[in-house]
Design a protein around this ligand. Structure first.
Ligand code: PLP
Length: 469
């Protein structure tokens, strides 16, 4: 498979190329040249098969020829053996005609593990062949950092450095990162805010000499391999639903648009999906875009669902490219205008194409808490605040009679105990593999918000420098 940039000014690459590049050199995001199809016969043959088998069937055409089927099967097996539930992403009923797709059974209790467990192994695979080492550097306010660390820990070809704002993450989130003892994991508490951390990382990536010397790599959600891994659970969810003749609706708690775009890809590959509902908190740039045809940035306000507190939804560019019938010049124009003025307006055709598949809804913090409380009282199920946004939006969206609605459950309630306690008075217990999290030894350094100091630290510890091979 070859991959194209949404901005049309970068040359096409194979899977190995897009895996290592992340963002395209023209600023665009990569998409496959064509969409492989899942025929009704193939889908029928996958019914009842383990998650890993479905994953190989879905992903094989996208990773060829970089990775063959047999090797892909091994990497997939290893990635999902780390999940606490043998089904990996089990589907649980939540009242009549509604299901929760539980994506939080991985090592760090959020859906990002599904992609990052595989991404770490894919990196290791292609780098080992090249005899190269990559230095992964990222900033986190919580979820992504721990999932990236779990995906990269102990991998010979990778070192990972994650910056978090000192004293400003929750205890659970910090400990999920800082109690990992592998020597290739470096946690750095920055004396500053999350924005300071993110700015420092951006400065490093923009400095070509540093980028090349350290062989910097990114694991953020614009990497195509992350979207790819997320297509799989739409397929396994569809296979587990009772009625195969009714195309289901998926409701997806959304921030950067990676997860819901994976649903679009599944539909494009032939999976019967009626619609994809984008569920946002009050940072609702996407619902506003669908209802007005205008994409317009506003400030970010903090909510109880922090992993969806975004100002700009990076992966939305992929949907724009497809909605405009792959008109890269038009996408370039929109992105240029967005950078210059903070907004752009869709043409009627692209806007209609988006509304044909996507719907959107939002929930504020009060509605989120009420949904957590109500679901606990009526069903005995504790929802995390991100999933609760999805459940609220599912309940307030018009569905055709007889439809099957699947809400993606993106995090375990124990990851956000404060909101859950506020809503229900319950303290959700951590699952067995993390039960001793608060007894584990922490390991991190504290550095000032100074890029020079950070660069020195990286050059001293990254094996890309110290043990070039
Ligand atoms: C990252 C995250 C989201 C948002 O996913 P996107 O792919 O960025 O849209 C939703 N819920 C949780 C718990 C997350 O960690």
């Amino acid at each position: 498979m070859r991959y194209l940039s949404t901005r049309g000014e970068a040359s096409s690459l194979d899977f190995e190329g897009v895996l290592l590049a992340g963002l395209a050199p023209d600023g665009g995001l990569y998409l496959p040249e064509t969409w492989p199809q899942l025929s009704p016969e193939t889908l029928a043959s996958l019914r009842g098969r383990p998650y890993a088998d479905v994953a190989v069937e879905v992903m094989a055409p996208f990773v060829a020829p970089t990775i063959d089927r047999a090797r892909l099967a091994e990497l997939v097996q290893a990635s999902y053996a780390t999940f606490a539930d043998p089904a990996v992403a089990p589907l649980r009923p939540l009242g009549a005609d509604t299901w929760l797709l539980e994506l939080f059974h991985g090592p760090t209790l959020a859906f990002k593990d599904v992609a990052l467990q595989l991404l770490g192994r894919l990196f290791d695979e292609v780098l080992a062949r090249r005899g190269a080492r990559l230095t992964v550097v990222g900033a986190t306010s919580g979820d992504t950092g721990s999932a990236a660390i779990e995906g990269c820990r102990g991998r010979d070809a990778l070192d990972i450095f994650i910056l978090h704002p000192h004293g400003r993450t929750s205890d659970v989130q910090r400990r999920q990162m800082t109690t990992v003892q592998d020597p290739n994991v470096f946690n750095i508490a920055i004396e500053g805010t999350f924005d300071d951390c993110q700015d420092m990382v951006k400065v490093l990536f923009r400095d070509a000499a540093t980028r090349d010397a350290l062989h910097l790599g990114a694991v953020n959600s614009i990497n195509w391999a992350r979207v790819l891994a997320q297509i799989v659970y739409y397929v396994t969810a569809w296979l587990s639903l009772p009625a195969s003749d009714v195309a289901p609706t998926f409701v997806v708690p959304t921030g950067n648009f990676g997860d819901v775009f994976a649903g679009w890809c599944a539909r494009q590959m032939g999976l019967p999906i009626a619609s994809l509902v984008i569920a946002t908190n009050t940072n609702d740039i996407l619902s506003r875009t669908l209802s007005t045809g205008r994409y317009s940035m506003e400030g970010v306000s903090p909510t109880l669902s922090p992993s969806m507190d975004i100002q700009i939804s990076s992966n939305f560019e992929r949907a724009l490219f497809e909605a405009s019938r792959r008109d890269a010049a038009r996408v370039r124009g929109w992105m240029e205008e967005l950078g210059r003025t903070g907004s752009f307006t869709l043409d009627d055709g692209s806007w209609a194409a988006l509304r044909d598949v996507f719907k959107a809804g939002r929930a504020d913090d009060a509605q989120t808490l009420a949904t957590i409380a109500q679901t606990w009282t009526s069903q005995g199920v504790l929802l995390d605040p991100h999933t609760a946004v999805g459940v609220y939006v599912a309940e307030h969206t018009q569905h055709a009679p007889g439809s099957q609605v699947v809400v993606l459950s993106t995090a375990h309630a124990a990851k956000f105990p404060d909101a859950v306690r506020q809503a229900t008075g319950q303290h959700p217990p951590l699952p067995a593999h993390l039960a001793d999290l608060f007894e584990r030894e922490e390991r991190y350094v504290v550095l000032p918000a100074d890029v020079g100091v950070l660069r020195e630290y990286l050059f001293k510890h990254a094996r890309a420098i110290t043990e070039a091979r």
